[in-house]
Design a protein around this ligand. Structure first.
Ligand code: F6R
Length: 365
């Protein structure tokens, strides 16, 4: 049932504040502002490293997770797409744990990576939506994302719920390893708890502007997304979402890689979507944006109030979000990314919930 929505994808985008709140309540204590102890599931305190593997959007959630585990838990993360991970013959040791992320819990390559790690004696954790899935069944510890059924082929609420669970796990790991203080944990969990309210606010605030902008975006054949830090995986996710459902060619790049190649493509025919909250990377990303502007590139700037005030560049559009804590920015910034892909696809008249050539669950290699 799509309710009042035209597509399942739209419904699932709008469900996010509610499902994230539900997912978080499973992992954090909203009253105490602490993260649930997960030592019984994974002994984070004694790990030397974490291996993460997944496909598509789930892989991109894992890539954000890598930044969090390394920053908050000082835990080195090895991550790869499952189709490479399973064949890399990566040296693994028993003092590493492995984490597999999958909405369906049935993705063939992810399952094969899981079995490879299990055969190497690693403790296996699964971040899944479907709790009765094969990946969940074959794991030592299951971390459900509690997003509810996701019908749209393009993943939206599963992505942000995966992020919410990974953030909670990274903080649990940080506490277990003594790499975040009690005060830091409280502050970070407070930020997580604020997410549902901020997401609702953003959904309402940006929708009309993004719908109008999508009409312009639908005229282009190529789009480039740039981001730094956790906004880099988000740039990849933005590009993936746009190409999947609108069939517009899109690429995501780390902003710093611009001058190492993709800058050659910049002209007035390829809009550049820059994801840059006013964080510790902002100045660097803006200097990349200047390089785009200097070559006549059209910019769609997704930032916050401080970021919008700090940049004097002319843009095709500036989408202004509220200022948020760094840990929640990839989740909050998912909303404009998803809405932009959604409305562009609707405008182009594609089959949004069932894009051509794609399947919701990829059970063959
Ligand atoms: C993107 C998308 C796919 C899936 C990928 C993994 O919108 O839906 O990239 O994320 O096929 O699927 P799961 O998470 O079921 O393993």
């Amino acid at each position: 049932d799509k309710g009042n929505h035209r597509h399942f994808m739209e419904k699932e985008i709008y469900e996010q504040p509610e499902v994230i709140s539900h997912a978080l309540s499973h992992y954090v204590d909203f009253a105490e502002h602490t993260v649930r102890d997960m030592a019984a599931e994974i002994d984070f305190a004694n790990l030397r490293g974490l291996a993460i593997s997944a496909c598509g959007t789930a892989y991109l959630a894992g890539l954000v997770g890598k930044y969090w585990f390394e920053r908050y838990a000082r835990l080195p993360v090895e991550i790869d797409v499952a189709s490479e991970f399973r064949y890399r013959e990566m040296p693994l040791s028993k003092d590493q744990a492995a984490l597999f992320i999958s909405q369906s819990g049935e993705t063939a390559d992810t399952l094969a990576s899981l079995r490879y790690c299990r055969d190497n004696g690693l403790k296996i954790g699964a971040v899944v939506n479907v709790k009765e899935s094969t990946i969940a069944r074959e794991s030592d510890a299951v971390f459900p994302i509690l997003a509810g059924p996701e019908i749209g082929v393009a993943s939206t609420k599963a992505f942000t719920c995966q992020l919410a669970v990974l953030a909670s796990l990274a903080l649990a790991a940080g506490r277990a390893r003594g790499t975040i203080t009690e005060a830091e944990e409280k502050q970070l969990v407070k930020s997580l708890a604020e997410m549902p309210r901020i997401m609702s606010q953003v959904l309402n605030a940006v929708q009309p502007q993004i719908e109008a902008l999508s009409r312009d975006l639908s005229k282009f054949k190529d789009v480039l997304y740039l981001g730094r830090g956790t906004s880099y995986p988000l740039a990849l996710e933005g590009a993936l979402k746009l190409k999947e459902i609108s069939y517009i060619h899109a690429e995501g790049y780390a902003a710093g890689e611009l001058k190492h190649g993709p800058i050659a493509l910049i002209d007035e025919n390829m809009p550049v979507i820059v994801i840059a909250p006013f964080d510790r990377f902002f100045e660097k990303t803006v200097s990349n944006m200047q390089e785009v502007a200097a070559r006549g590139g059209k910019i769609i700037f997704i930032t916050d109030e401080k970021g919008a005030a700090a940049s004097k560049l002319e843009t095709m559009a500036t989408i202004v979000l509220p200022e948020v804590a760094e840990i929640i920015s990839p989740i909050v910034y998912s909303i404009p990314i998803q809405l932009l892909a959604y409305h562009t696809a609707v405008f182009m008249g594609t089959d949004v919930d069932q894009p051509r050539n794609l399947a919701k669950s990829v059970t063959v290699e």
